[in-house]
Design a protein around this ligand. Structure first.
Ligand SMILES: [Zn+2]
Length: 343
């Protein structure tokens, strides 16, 4: 953990608590009015236990973090909570997230608000991460952005002004399910529909596409690894590409082409100031040659398919907050909700 923290003396009131629930861990941070972290921690989600148990653990961690920051609960103006979908944001319910089996149809927003004694702003985890990047990350100088998160799946968040686009049914910003291939050979998305961006640009899809090509007989330095272990990882594919493996590089750059198609659809729908690429699958990011090559290919794909003015103006960059984006953004959304309520 390398997140920079500030002291109570440096911090500017009011304070917000951001809670970012993931399939394996829950991250919580105490954040000041400028989006700087005073204290944070993470602990296992233990998703097989029920939601009430998680709320007890979250509440106890929040108290501990406030103590260690020298703050009392009365100095906290609000709590932001991000969880994986599906969810019903309007009613504050988490519905049935696939990787948290114990949490089912639970009024999580209200129960957490009761337990902590503060209003809770509820958001999709990907939207919270996007808000984090918008508030204090890569997007901080941009009035609007779309964040696309490339990990096990493909998630996204759309932020316009201080508004996180959640939609009428909490399905807003599901950018992984934009169709980028309507052809007869379109790949099947885990959601059950063919041709979605997630079926091409998730780490899972990159691995599957590499394995298919090896099995189809294309030469690849990873063939022995695949034969021996029966599987490949995204990291192995990235390392092979860096070492000059043509197939691995081809799969990665083709991923950039599909991603560009999805980005162009988003640009022609929303016309955001910036596109931010987040998630674990960033090929080392902008400081790494493969990350630079991937980003360049994405931009070339976008340039080919969008209007000249947009190609010239759109900013496409990697996210900068890493795993902290979620709790920072959740805290930021609590702050934005307070502002829009006029407090
Ligand atoms: Zn899908």
């Amino acid at each position: 953990m390398s997140t920079q923290t500030i002291t109570r003396e440096e911090a500017i009131a009011p304070y917000f608590i951001g809670v970012d629930v993931g399939g394996t861990s829950i991250k919580i941070g105490v954040v000041d009015d400028l989006g700087r972290t005073l204290a944070y921690t993470s602990f296992p989600t233990e998703g097989e236990k029920d939601t009430a148990d998680a709320i007890r653990r979250i509440t106890s961690v929040v108290r501990h973090l406030l103590d260690s920051s020298g703050l009392s609960i009365s100095e906290v103006a609000g709590v932001g909570l991000g969880t994986p979908g599906p969810m019903d944001i309007k009613r504050g319910y988490i519905l049935d997230p696939t990787n948290i089996p114990g949490w089912r149809h639970y009024p999580i927003r209200e129960r957490l608000a009761e337990a902590i004694g503060k209003p809770v702003t509820y958001a999709n985890d990907a939207n919270a991460a996007a808000y984090g990047e918008y508030w204090v990350g890569t997007g901080k100088n941009h009035p609007s952005l779309v964040m696309i998160t490339l990990g096990t799946g493909v998630g996204g968040g759309i932020i316009i002004g201080d508004l996180s686009v959640e939609g009428e049914n909490s399905f807003g910003s599901e950018v992984g399910h934009i169709a980028v291939d309507y052809g007869p050979q379109a790949r099947m998305c885990p959601c059950g529909q063919p041709g979605h961006l997630e079926a091409y640009a998730s780490a899972t899809a990159v691995i599957a596409r590499t394995i298919e090509q090896i099995e189809a007989g294309r030469p690849c330095s990873l063939r022995d690894v695949l034969t021996k272990t029966g599987k490949l990882t995204g990291l192995q594919i990235a390392q092979a590409a860096e070492a000059g493996d043509e197939l691995a590089l081809d799969v990665i750059l083709t991923t950039a082409d599909y991603l560009a198609r999805g980005i162009v659809i988003l640009m022609h729908t929303i016309d955001p100031a910036a596109i931010v690429l987040g998630g674990a699958m960033n090929f080392g990011g902008s400081r790494h040659p493969l990350g630079q090559q991937f980003l360049k290919r994405v931009k070339e794909g976008v340039d080919r398919h969008t209007f000249p003015l947009l190609a010239q103006r759109i900013v496409i960059e990697y996210a900068s907050l890493g795993g902290d984006a979620g709790y920072l953004g959740a805290a930021g959304l609590a702050r934005a909700a307070r502002k829009s309520a006029g407090n």
